[in-house]
Design a protein around this ligand. Structure first.
Ligand code: FE
Length: 161
């Protein structure tokens, strides 16, 4: 991995108004008819001394490709746990823009027994990044274009107690 000890904790960024508890457990947020550019995001959860964190909780929520959140159901919402090697993979779509914000994916990440970090992930090269008061370059995904959309990587760093 690229984790270098001592690693900085994942920065906390505002939850915003659209979090919903009790998202379904699933690694893919794609459903029949989900529109948009496919995004496969993967990475690891580490401690500050770069030990992988198994069974860390990752809860993702985002706007759809048109910038709309599902506030009645759980479309484009889901949680998962890292595997024994601290690894996760999320399959989703690139979120759309909505007024006042740049492209972003919300998340909560938590080691077993540790504190919850609430944050947001961002996409490189989006012009709105520089206009967004929440944007944090430390939360930029590393993105590659593929024949089937985008692949992206991001590693999180959390406290374990
Ligand atoms: Fe949002």
């Amino acid at each position: 991995s690229t984790c270098k000890s001592p690693a900085s904790l994942t920065p906390e960024l505002t939850e915003g108004p659209y979090f919903k508890a009790n998202s379904p457990e699933r690694a893919s947020l794609l459903e029949a008819g989900t529109a948009g550019t496919k995004l496969v995001l993967s990475g690891s959860v580490f401690t500050t001394d770069c030990q992988p964190v198994a069974h860390a909780l990752l809860d993702f929520w985002q706007a759809d490709a048109n910038g709309q959140y599902d506030n009645t159901g759980y479309t484009l919402r889901g949680h998962q746990y890292t595997d024994a090697a601290g690894h996760y993979q999320l399959t989703t779509v690139v979120p759309g823009l909505y007024p006042g914000r740049t492209e972003h994916i919300h998340l909560k990440v938590q080691a077993p027994g540790g504190p919850i970090i609430t944050s947001q992930l961002f996409f490189p090269g989006v012009p709105n990044n520089s206009e967004d008061g929440i944007f944090d370059p430390k939360m930029l995904l590393t993105v590659q274009e593929t024949s089937d959309g985008l692949t992206a990587t991001f590693d999180f760093v959390v406290k374990t107690k």
